[in-house]
Design a binder for this molecule. Structure first.
Ligand code: ZN
Length: 149
């Protein structure tokens, strides 16, 4: 998706995102960097995100709406520069959309609750993980909720 495109307010099946808000509301609640990535489908610079190398046990929630998205149990070291997971917490927690921007066929990952942009998912890259999928997610789209110790 190009950065000038309007974010869709409905899922691919036509149902509304329960956590959708107006862009004005998002703009006032999110930092400029969060807004750029979550609402304009931007990408943080590789190797700069706060969760790139994080191994803390816990659950990663959507930074925009708090919907739980990924578990630290499926986070793996991909050396790609962004937090990488081999599976979402549950398939229905995310929405996958074809993305042909940048001249590539990619699959975009969005929060299933609020529709905000999270990153992309790639597969068949040969990582030694149970799914051979890599959910490549911007740190700024996530907020880690550490498990109680
Ligand atoms: Zn969300």
């Amino acid at each position: 998706m190009s950065e000038s495109a309007t974010m869709p307010t409905t899922r691919p099946d036509g149902t509304a995102y329960a956590g959708a808000r107006s862009e004005d509301e998002w703009r006032s609640e999110l930092s400029p960097e969060e807004y750029h990535v979550l609402r304009e489908a931007g990408t943080e610079r590789p190797f700069t995100g706060e969760y790139n190398e994080t191994k803390t046990t816990g659950v990663y929630a959507c930074r925009a709406c708090g919907h739980e998205l990924f578990s630290s149990e499926t986070k793996f070291t991909s050396h790609c520069g962004w937090p990488s997971f081999w599976s979402p917490l549950a398939g229905e927690n995310v929405v996958l959309l074809p993305d042909d921007s940048l001249g590539m066929r990619r699959v975009e990952v969005r929060c299933a609750h609020c529709g905000s942009h999270l990153g992309h998912v790639f597969e068949g890259e040969g990582y030694d993980t149970p799914t051979d999928q890599r959910y490549c997610i911007n740190s700024v789209s996530l907020r880690l909720e550490p498990a109680a110790s």
